[in-house]
Design a protein around this ligand. Structure first.
Ligand code: MRU
Length: 372
């Protein structure tokens, strides 16, 4: 599929202020099968709250690649709606069921090439493919489009419930009057709403627990300082931003009693891919005797692989490191390595929190018993 400039395919809608965002959403479908996908452009936070109205599959693809929408569950939800947008040209032409089915499968294949690591993307697209495969007996293409939109809405709604359940289980692990360190962003922005690791913190706050959160800034794209700090501030949760390299010192000073992070892909034995830097935090937590928790929905588990070595790690452009946010910070022509994720081995993970309960100790038997 050809990619056309983002601007021509989306409208910038009236957007609230970052200081008073109102009801926060990462993505939201508006209307019927001829509708649009509203998406909060996360690259502009915390300075600007801009909602984009996406009307083409190419603009959804571009938004995932550019991290306008990001976080494993949110990517999956956006892609599911993206499949529906991919059918628009056919709907306008009253295409047959066979043509619509073929276009839907092509849309799934296309969106699957946007980012490689978060398995939620492939999980969501597989659900969309299944709708196509199971409905070969429909009368018209428009009927299939309606079923695909229903499926996208279903998995969006499921994620809402999932996040709140993860919050309930995760909050049990966080003690009153404790310091909690987190890495990257795992809140409402990264999911349908509420979040995974941050959901545990939000729920603990709702239960009356006093927590102080240390948010790693999360180089190179600063999801921690731009997004996590912003979400925590919105909820009035005390938060201190630190450079990633400060985590060891903050732990040594006794300020952190638990670490909780999200995940992009968890293998059958519990090895966990998450934002680059997570592995280092887990090693530090082990050294300092601090529990290290991962919070993720079942859609983040990939039981087809056992070892974390098999997880594909996204490599991103050098510019993110040496020219991030408009300022060159390294000599021109220098070599750069920019893996977007790393893998934390199961041995370093104290527990994994899912919507079904808590996996601990983390091993293949326990993972399969909880997730399968
Ligand atoms: O590159 P990103 O910002 O999409 O990476 C996101 C993360 O690593 C999150 O920790 C993970 O997706 C969990 S989101 C609930």
């Amino acid at each position: 599929m050809s990619s056309t400039p983002h601007e021509r395919e989306s409208d910038a809608l009236d957007s609230p202020s970052p200081d008073a965002p109102g009801e926060l959403f990462s993505v939201q479908w508006v209307g019927d099968i001829f509708g649009r996908l509203d998406l909060l452009d996360q690259t502009l936070l915390p300075l600007e709250l801009k909602v984009l109205g996406l009307r083409t599959i190419e603009s959804v693809f571009e938004s995932i690649v550019m991290l306008r929408v990001r976080g494993a569950p949110a990517i999956g939800i956006a892609a599911a709606y993206g499949v529906v947008l991919g059918l628009r040209p056919l709907l306008d032409e009253n295409a047959s069921l066979a043509e619509t089915a073929q276009a839907a499968l092509k849309a799934c294949d296309y969106l699957a090439t946007s980012r490689p690591t978060a398995v939620n993307l492939f999980w969501a697209l597989d659900r969309m493919r299944l709708v196509v495969e199971r409905n070969a007996g429909l009368r018209e293409g428009v009927d299939l489009a309606n079923l695909l939109l229903r499926e996208a809405r279903l998995l969006h709604d499921d994620d809402r419930r999932t996040c709140h359940a993860i919050g309930e289980y995760g909050a049990q692990l966080l003690a009153n009057n404790s310091g909690v360190l987190t890495h990257c962003n795992t809140g409402g922005l990264a999911t349908s709403e509420y979040g995974t690791a941050l959901a545990a913190i939000f729920t603990a706050q709702d239960q009356g627990k006093a927590l102080h959160v240390f948010a790693d800034e999360t180089r190179p794209l600063l999801q921690g300082s731009r997004l996590t700090a912003w979400e925590l501030q919105q909820r009035g949760i005390p938060c201190t931003v630190i450079c990633d390299s400060m985590a060891a010192q903050v732990m040594r000073e006794g300020r952190v009693q638990a670490v909780i992070v999200g995940a992009d892909r968890i293998t059958a034995r519990g090895d966990t891919a998450n934002k680059i830097g997570t592995y280092g935090v887990a090693v530090l937590a082990k050294h300092h005797g601090i529990p290290f928790y991962v919070a993720a929905p079942r859609s983040t588990f990939d039981l087809s692989i056992v070892s974390g070595d098999s997880i594909p790690i996204e490599q991103r452009k050098a510019e993110e490191i040496i020219n991030g946010f408009g300022k060159q910070t390294a000599p021109s022509g220098i070599n750069v390595y920019n893996p977007a994720f790393d893998v934390t081995p199961a041995e370093l993970i104290t527990a994994i929190v899912t919507e079904r309960g808590i996996i601990s100790p983390v091993c293949e038997e326990h993972v399969r018993a909880m997730v399968e």
